[in-house]
Write a protein that binds this ligand. Structure first.
Ligand SMILES: O=c1ccn([C@@H]2O[C@H](COP(=O)(O)OP(=O)(O)O[C@H]3O[C@H](CO)[C@@H](O)[C@H](O)[C@H]3O)[C@@H](O)[C@H]2O)c(=O)[nH]1
Ligand SMILES: [Mn+2]
Length: 752
C-alpha cells in the first residue's frame, strides 16, 4: 500500500491530561483517610450506647459488635474498590488524528472494510431502526467499492429481510444525497427526526433546488419507513414485493426464529458494475445473513452471530478491517473509518494496534439522565484512563478490529498486515453460487470440533462476550486505542425504563463478574501479559457485582441502628470523626466535580448517584447471585435483549423525567424497601433524638443521621411513585405492601 514515507509526521497524536499532579495529591489524601478509617474500625469494636438504647444484655451487645464488624467489612471493601478505581484516573490520555495526512499518503489506496450489524428480534428492535443504521454505515465517506455491509438477523425474520430490501432501494437516493450535501448524521431516521435539532438542511445552501431535493428524499424515506412499520404491525410483507427478489422465497416454508436453515442473500453485489446509485456511482456490497438455528444446538447469542459473520464475510469480501455495531448504533460521523485507519496505518505505532474502540453514546438521553445511562464518566474518564495502560475494553459496538485478531492471531513483531487483501471471486462465479459457498459457513454444525468460540472469533459462554474477547486479544499482545472525537462516532438507544436499565446492568455485572471469577480473571490471565493498571481497570467492572453486599449493608444497618439508638460511628467531638467526614464528603464532591467537568448537569449527577445505589442493591445483587448459581452449574447463560422501543405513555414520561416502574418485580420490592426503611428510621431516630436522648446524643449520631438523611433525599422519586403518583408508571400497591411488611419485619428484628 502506497508510499510509506513518514516525512510529514504521524497519523495520530496522543496527549496526556493536565492537572494530574493535583489529582494525585488529592488521591493520596483520600488514601490516608481510608487507612485511618480502617485503623479506627480495627481498634474500636466496643459499642457506645447512649440514652434509651436497648438495656444491653450480653447477647445484645454481641449482636452490636457484629454490626460494627460488618461495617468494617463494608468499609474494607469500599476502600479496596476505591483503590482499584484509581488505576483509570491516574493518567488519562486523549487521541487525535490527521486525516489529511492519511489522504496525502494513501490517496485512494485504502483497505477494504467489512461492517457487521447485528439484530435479533423485529419487535424489540424495529426493522426501520435497523435499516437506518445499515444506511448510515453504507453512507460512510469512503470509496463504496471498498465497503461491505452485513446484517445478521438472529430473528430470521422476513420482516427484517424486507426492510433491508427496501433500504437497498432507498440507498440509491440516500447515498448520493449524503455526498452532495455532506449530510450528518447519515442515518435517515436521525437526520429527518423532528426531535433532533433543526438540520441546516442541505448545507450546500443553494436555495430552492436543494430544498426540493431535501423534501423529496425525506418523502421517500418516510414512505419507506411507513411501509416497513406497517409490515411489522401486520406481521407480514406485501405479496407483490415477493416477485422482486429471489430471497423472499427463503420464507416459503414457515420459519421460526429458533429453527431454520441458513440464509445468505447478497442484496447488492459491489463487484457488479451495474450496482450503482442514481448518479451512476457504485454502491457498497450489502448482505443479509440469518445463520442456521436448530433447537438442538446452542446458538451463543451475539457472539455466535458475529462468528458466523466473520466466516461468511471471508468468502464475500474478506476485508482486513472489521467494524461492528449494534443494530441501534448508527454512524453519527461519516469520517469514522478514516479516523480509525489513521491508527492502524500509522507507520511507527500502528503495528501493534489490534482494535480501535469508540465510546457508546446515546441519542435519547435527557438533560437530567434519569436512569444514569449516559456512561459519561466511563466515556470521558475511565476509558481514556485505560487507554494509557494499553487500551480500552472491547465494548461490543462501535469498534474497528483487524480481521486477523478476531481469528486468534498473536501479536508478533514480524507480522506484516496485508492491507490489500480481499476475497477472490472464482472465475465467472455468479452471486447465487457465491451464496451457496457461504451458506455452509453459517450452519449450526460448522463449529463442532473447531476452536471457534474459544481461540478463534468471539468467545462463547459469557454474558459480556465483547469484554472477554477484548481481554484475550490484549493478552495476545495487541494494544487497543480509545477514540472519542468531538463529533460522536456512533449513537444508539439507551433503555428508557427502570426495568430495562436494571436488566441491562444485571447482564453486564454478571458477565464481568463471571470473567473475574474464572480462569480469565484479569489478574491471573493478564499477569505478565498486560499492565497492572489495566488488570485493575478490568476489575473495576468485574467487581461491580460484589459491591451489592456492602452497599446493602450500608443503606440498611446504620439506619436501623439509628432507630434503635446504637451509635456506629465516632462522635463529632472525637478526632476519628475527621477521617470519616473527610472521606465521605471529599468522595462525593470529587465525583460531582468530575461529572460536571465531563459535561453532566448537577441534576444528571444527582440522578446518577441514585441509580448507582439502586443498581447496586438490585441488578448487581441479582447478577452476583446468578453468576454463582451458574458457576455451580445450576443454570445456563442467557442474553436478555434490551428493548429499543417503548409505548407512547412511557416515552412521554421519559421525556418529562418521570421514573417508569410500572410492574411488580422482586427488584422493585428491594428498591421500595430500602427507601421505606430509611424514612422510617430517619423519622423514628430523629424523634428519639429530639425527645429522649438530649443534645449529647447528637454528638454520637450525627453521621448516621446524615447518612440516613442522604438516602432519604436521594430516594424522593421513589416515595413519589409509592404514594403520590397516579399514572401507570408508578409502583404498584402490591409492591408497596410487600415492602412495608419487610420494613416492619426489619424494624422488629431483636438482634440489635
Ligand atoms: O442472540 C442475540 C442477542 C443479541 N444480539 C444483538 O446484540 C446487540 C446488543 O444487544 P442489546 O440488547 O442492545 O444489548 P446492550 O446491553 O445494549 O449491549 C451492550 O452489551 C452487550 C454485551 O452484554 C454487547 O454485546 C453490546 O455490543 C453492547 O452494546 C444487538 O444489536 C442485538 O441485536 C444478537 O445479534 N443475537
Ligand atoms: Mn443496545
Amino acid at each position: 500500500m502506497g508510499s510509506s514515507s513518514n516525512s510529514n509526521g504521524p497519523l495520530f497524536v496522543t496527549e496526556e491530561a493536565k492537572g494530574r499532579g493535583c489529582y494525585k495529591v488529592f488521591a493520596s489524601s483520600m488514601l490516608v483517610g481510608i487507612l485511618l478509617i480502617w485503623f479506627y474500625r480495627a481498634t474500636h469494636h466496643t459499642v457506645i450506647l447512649v440514652g434509651g438504647g436497648g438495656g444491653g444484655g450480653g447477647e445484645e451487645e454481641e449482636g452490636m459488635r457484629w454490626a460494627r464488624i460488618g461495617l468494617f467489612m463494608a468499609e474494607l471493601w469500599f476502600g479496596f474498590y476505591w483503590i482499584l478505581t484509581q488505576s483509570v484516573r491516574w493518567n488519562p490520555i486523549r487521541r487525535s488524528t490527521s486525516k489529511d495526512k492519511l489522504a496525502q499518503r494513501y490517496g485512494s489506496d485504502m483497505p477494504g472494510v467489512d461492517i457487521f450489524v447485528c439484530t435479533a428480534d423485529p419487535h424489540a428492535e424495529p426493522p426501520s431502526l435497523v435499516v437506518s443504521t445499515v444506511l448510515s454505515v453504507m453512507a460512510y465517506d469512503y470509496p463504496p467499492e471498498k465497503l461491505n455491509v452485513y446484517l445478521s438477523d438472529d430473528g430470521g425474520s422476513v420482516l427484517t429481510f424486507y426492510a433491508l430490501w427496501e433500504a437497498a432501494r432507498f440507498a440509491k437516493h440516500w447515498l448520493p444525497f449524503c455526498r452532495k450535501y455532506n449530510v450528518e448524521p447519515r442515518s435517515p431516521a436521525a437526520y429527518f427526526s423532528p426531535l433532533d435539532a433543526p438540520q441546516d438542511s442541505c448545507s450546500g445552501g443553494n436555495g430552492d433546488a436543494a430544498a426540493k431535493e431535501w423534501s423529496s428524499v425525506k418523502d421517500l424515506y418516510e414512505e419507506m419507513a411507513n411501509r416497513i412499520d406497517s409490515a411489522v404491525t401486520l406481521g407480514k410483507i406485501p405479496e407483490e414485493v415477493k416477485a422482486y427478489h429471489k430471497g423472499f422465497s427463503e420464507w416459503n416454508f414457515s420459519i421460526s426464529p429458533k429453527d431454520h436453515h441458513p440464509i445468505v442473500q447478497i442484496m447488492i453485489d459491489g463487484k457488479d458494475a451495474n450496482a450503482v446509485d442514481n448518479t451512476a456511482v457504485r454502491l457498497p456490497t450489502l448482505v443479509y445473513m440469518a445463520r442456521e438455528k436448530r433447537p438442538r444446538y446452542h446458538h451463543n447469542f451475539k457472539a455466535g452471530a458475529m462468528n458466523a459473520l466473520i466466516r461468511v464475510s471471508s468468502v464475500v469480501s474478506n476485508s482486513p478491517i472489521i467494524l461492528n455495531v449494534d443494530c441501534d448504533m448508527y454512524s453519527n460521523n461519516s469520517e469514522s473509518i478514516k479516523d480509525a485507519l489513521c491508527f492502524f496505518l500509522d507507520e511507527e505505532r500502528g503495528q501493534n494496534i489490534g482494535y480501535v474502540q469508540y465510546p457508546q453514546n446515546y441519542n435519547n438521553i435527557t438533560q437530567s439522565d434519569l436512569y444514569g445511562n449516559s456512561l459519561t464518566v466511563i466515556n470521558e474518564v475511565e476509558l481514556p484512563g485505560l487507554d494509557y495502560w494499553g487500551g480500552p475494553l472491547y465494548i461490543g459496538t462501535g469498534c474497528f478490529h483487524r480481521r486477523e485478531i478476531l481469528c486468534g492471531r498473536r501479536y508478533s513483531r514480524d507480522y506484516k498486515e496485508d492491507w490489500r487483501r480481499g476475497a477472490q471471486r472464482q472465475a465467472g462465479e455468479s452471486v447465487e453460487k457465491l451464496e451457496e459457498r457461504a451458506k455452509p459457513l453459517a450452519t449450526c454444525t460448522y463449529e463442532l470440533n473447531t476452536q471457534w468460540g474459544n481461540e478463534i472469533g468471539l468467545k462463547y459462554g459469557c454474558a459480556v462476550e465483547d469484554v472477554i474477547t477484548g481481554l484475550l486479544i490484549q493478552c495476545r499482545g495487541w494494544k487497543s486505542i480509545y477514540f472519542n472525537p468531538p463529533r460522536k462516532g456512533f449513537l444508539g438507544v439507551a433503555p428508557t425504563t427502570m426495568a430495562q436499565t436494571l436488566l441491562q446492568h444485571k447482564r453486564w455485572s454478571e458477565g464481568n463478574l463471571q470473567i473475574f471469577l474464572s480462569k480469565h480473571c484479569p489478574f491471573l490471565l493478564g499477569h505478565g501479559k498486560i499492565r497492572l493498571g489495566l488488570q485493575m481497570g478490568y476489575s473495576i467492572y468485574g467487581l461491580w457485582g460484589p459491591n451489592s453486599f456492602p452497599t446493602l449493608y450500608y443503606v440498611a444497618v446504620p439506619s436501623l441502628a439509628l432507630l434503635r439508638g446504637i451509635s456506629l460511628f465516632p462522635k463529632v467531638t472525637s478526632l476519628w470523626f475527621i477521617p470519616f467526614t473527610y472521606v465521605m464528603v471529599a468522595r462525593h464532591i470529587y465525583s460531582l466535580v468530575e461529572a460536571l467537568r465531563c459535561g453532566c448537569t448537577f441534576n444528571g449527577w444527582w440522578n446518577g448517584q441514585r441509580m448507582w445505589m439502586i443498581r447496586r442493591v438490585t441488578s448487581y445483587l441479582y447478577g452476583t447471585i446468578d453468576t454463582v448459581v451458574k458457576m455451580l452449574g445450576l443454570s445456563k447463560m442467557a442474553f436478555a435483549i434490551t428493548t429499543k422501543v417503548s409505548d407512547e405513555d412511557a416515552s412521554k414520561r421519559y421525556e418529562q423525567d418521570v421514573m417508569e416502574f410500572g410492574y411488580s418485580s422482586p427488584m422493585l420490592v428491594i428498591i421500595s424497601t430500602v427507601a421505606l426503611l430509611n424514612i422510617v428510621c430517619l423519622v423514628g431516630g430523629l424523634f428519639r433524638l429530639v425527645l429522649g436522648w438530649g443534645v449529647a446524643a447528637w454528638d454520637a449520631y450525627l453521621i448516621q443521621v446524615i447518612l440516613c438523611g442522604m438516602i432519604v433525599a436521594i430516594n424522593m422519586p421513589i416515595y413519589d411513585a409509592l404514594f403520590f403518583r397516579k399514572d401507570k408508571g408508578n409502583i404498584p400497591p402490591s409492591v408497596t405492601f410487600t415492602s412495608l411488611a419487610f420494613v416492619l419485619l426489619l424494624c422488629a428484628i431483636p438482634l440489635m
